[in-house]
Design a binder for this molecule. Structure first.
Ligand SMILES: [Cu+2]
Length: 151
């Protein structure tokens, strides 16, 4: 007797989370190609919030890649040198968009333990609401000298 109820509950939660996730869509995702053995790289994308409520990104995960940590970073120029600081959260305003790009906001992959051998990797965006969203991020050549990866 319990089984049909259980299935109905599962379907219902799947529907709810699908409708919440549809509010942010991602374009221009790219993971910076790096030479074999390079320890760090960065991912970029534009996050569009189509909803009426701000969405707060709290974590980014990469499951298919051996990497020590994945952090949200912001680059800025201070005293003439590029500095990076870690962000604990990134808010996407309602009906707004935030662009992660070389020299600015980025997802930093620190301590890679393998080469980028796949053409793309699946990233998981974790929102403050608890929703998780998968994004396929293709590996691309990105040549912007101003983005330094020294910490
Ligand atoms: Cu960084």
């Amino acid at each position: 007797m319990l089984k049909p109820l259980f299935n109905a509950a599962l379907l219902c939660s799947a529907f709810l989370s699908a409708s919440a996730l549809a509010e942010v869509h991602i374009t221009d995702a790219a993971l910076r190609a790096i030479p074999p053995g390079a320890p760090n790289t960065a991912a970029f994308m534009t996050l569009h919030n189509d909803g009426d409520q701000a969405q707060v990104l709290v974590e980014v995960k990469v499951s298919q890649l051996a990497v020590k940590s994945v952090e949200l970073h912001e680059s800025s120029i201070q005293d003439g040198t590029m500095q990076m600081r870690q962000l604990q959260a990134l808010e996407i305003p309602a009906k707004g968009e935030v662009t992660l790009q070389p020299g600015g906001l980025h997802v930093m992959l620190i301590g890679l333990q393998e080469a980028l051998s796949q053409p793309q990797y699946e990233f998981t965006l974790v929102w403050a609401s608890g929703d998780q969203q998968s994004v396929l991020v293709p590996v691309k050549e990105i040549n912007k000298a101003e983005h330094s990866h020294s910490h």
